[in-house]
Write a protein that binds this ligand. Sequence first.
Ligand code: CA
Length: 229
Amino acid sequence: MSILPPCVLLVEDEAAQREVLSYNLEAEGYRVVQAASGDEGLLLILEEMPDVIVLDWMLPGVSGIEVCRQVKSSAQTKSIPVIMLSARSEEIDKVRGLETGADDYVSKPYSVKELMARVRAQLRRTHAAAVGAQLVFEDITLDSETHKVTRGNLELKLGPTEFRLLCHFMEKPGRVWPREQLLDRVWGRDAYVDTRTVDVHVGRLRKILTADGGSDPVRTVRGAGYALG
Ligand code: CA
């Protein structure tokens, strides 16, 4: 398992189902983000770039089918696996027929165990390269098992916070991370630190990465946050 838990976005309007599923997903070690409507789901997809989406078909407002279509028609999000939930198996045939591009379908009532297996299967498919292995960005290599980071032939010594920051950057190169989001992911929601702390540690990370005279791979995006590359 990578040191960053995979993020599952759960789009389901029934609170009780959402509770049960997020409880079980968290028990599997995933980070769960919940949305109660299609509109909220679409916003969170762009904000969180989840690793997998569990999407109910019948939602108030924007339907699950429409959410799926939008995810699959955008270059930015189309590689995110979508597991569609629907109330009856006949509906699944219909959803399939609509060619929404969903990666898997599960009919309600489902067994939680079965759904967890489907989530795992989707993550295995897309995460094979990153889980428990090396992340590579240009001449930087990060091994999430040995915690070894190298740039070119040089091994870099990173503190735990800088290491976690770099993990986030390297898992999604090019993605702009708002300071608040880094704070949340790297330090945790309950940490007593402010966004200036993020700047301090990004500064340290930059210093370490460029110590050998290499170019600075971290980009400051004015008014938005930081990105790698
Ligand atoms: Ca529903």
